[in-house]
Design a protein around this ligand. Sequence first.
Ligand SMILES: Nc1ncnc2c1ncn2[C@@H]1O[C@H](COP(=O)(O)OP(=O)(O)O)[C@@H](O)[C@H]1O
Ligand SMILES: [Mg+2]
Length: 265
Amino acid sequence: MLELKHITFDAPASKSADGREIPGKRIINDFSLDIEQGKITVITGPNGGGKSTLARLIMGIEKPTSGRFLLDGEDITEKPIDERARLGIGYGFQTPARFKGMKVRKLITLASGRKISTNECNEYLSAVGLCSGNYLQREVDKSLSGGELKRIEIASVLARNPRVAIFDEPEAGIDLWSFDKLIDTFLQFHHAQPDHALVIISHQERIMQIADRIVVIKEGQLDREGPREEMMPTLMIRMPQNPTCGMAAVETTIGQWSLTEEGVR
Ligand SMILES: Nc1ncnc2c1ncn2[C@@H]1O[C@H](COP(=O)(O)OP(=O)(O)O)[C@@H](O)[C@H]1O
Ligand SMILES: [Mg+2]
């Protein structure tokens, strides 16, 4: 459905606020992937590996240095963000923006691109675990906690209902109860629309468990990918009780889980 073909992204050299020269850097290196229709793809890997950058490249927020993006066979590499959104690509940021003066109701209505009832707006909010209080009249500003903001943004992506929906670490700042609800929401959303593709960037085992495919990005490159059943055993071990024991194969700690090269030992 969405093909990434040999995507490379070099961040240009820049200057820091205090005038220091920051050299350019290759962030994504010859990355290819086919995001399949009707599948849940979970992208994981060490922090700083390039996951969010890849999502921004897919959305058109960054331009690749080389490589092509094909959506249903059509080359969309040169298309700007709004055009990609119109074609059905949607992205929930790792750190969503706040919009002072914008009410939640307006944000969700704008995202949906149509007139929607108060009930429907509330359904999107309760689908992400925001059930109590009148969120619709709240402003999308500093008064919202990070977790509330994150969930409101997820609700707005659901309301937009893109054909390719990308959620960047949706678990961030979300309590366990809401997290359960969120996973149910993703599954319902996904099952209701078998012609869509759901891409979730996550470190959470519970999210990986709903994946059809799991993709690992490391240092800007495709480290490995495959069906969940094949990938899970290569990814997850619980942190050893004694961290000095068996750490040799532990490559990168991700939350309470670790990525390993060898898999479960
Ligand atoms: N525009 C940019 N300019 C310079 N460095 C960047 C830019 N975008 C991302 N990076 C760097 O690229 C690396 C990958 O970042 P990111 O995509 O956020 O990783 P992840 O989401 O996997 O944690 C990080 O080292 C980050 O600092
Ligand atoms: Mg990220």
